[in-house]
Structure formats: C-alpha cells, structure tokens
Design a protein around this ligand. Structure first.
Ligand code: SF4
Length: 106
C-alpha cells in the first residue's frame, strides 16, 4: 500500500483507515497544528517526501559524523513518512546506514 499517497496525505490524512495509527508520532503528540500550514499554500512541496528527504540530507550534511537514527527523527513529526523517506534515501544510495546510525556516503 502506498501509505503516503492513499492514506497519510498532507492535506487530509485518513487516520481511521491507517494501519499504523497506533504507532503514529503525530497522533501520539495530540495532532499538533502544522506550523508550516501557511507556507503550504504557496509551496506545493511542503509536507511532501521531497521536503522530508531534504531535511534528512541537511541534517546529515551538518553533522560531523554518523548521526544516530533516533536523532534524525527530530527533523520530521511523522515517523512513518520519515521512515519511508530514510529508506528511500538509503535505497537511492544517497545515505548509508551503519547499524543504528545514518551518514552520507564517503
Ligand atoms: S500515519 Fe498518522 S497521521 Fe498519517 S494517516 Fe496514519 S495515523 Fe494518520
């Protein structure tokens, strides 16, 4: 299932139909308002996987070495979307996973 495309959309997530709702960090946090909602109207990429991937890459670029996976979680509120984006970056060869840490390729 394409969770991000069919269920967890940025504009109207269908949490009632979500298979991972029990593990959703956003729901656990009380469904906080998106602080970037105003920008979403003018920036079509806000809330997309591209934005999340960019944030992960920026965090890894700013680090002096491998970044523990838990710390990478601070860059995005939706753990499911973040996991998907990190997996995509690893699959694309843009990020390397070393145990529980992530880093840019040497
Ligand atoms: S991941 Fe969370 S926000 Fe997204 S649909 Fe599932 S429960 Fe809702």
């Amino acid at each position: 299932m394409e969770l991000g495309a069919l269920v967890c959309t940025a504009r109207a997530p269908r949490c009632g139909a979500c298979p991972v709702r029990d593990r959703c960090a956003w729901r656990a946090a009380g469904r906080p308002a998106d602080e970037h909602a105003d920008r979403r109207r003018t920036q079509a990429w806000a809330g997309t996987d591209r934005q999340v991937r960019g944030r992960v890459m920026a965090a890894l670029r700013e680090a002096e070495g491998p970044v523990p996976r838990d710390l990478v979680g601070a860059v995005w509120h939706d753990a499911v979307q973040l996991d998907r984006c990190v997996a995509g970056l690893v699959e694309d060869g843009l990020v390397e996973q070393d145990g529980e840490a992530l880093r840019l390729p040497a």
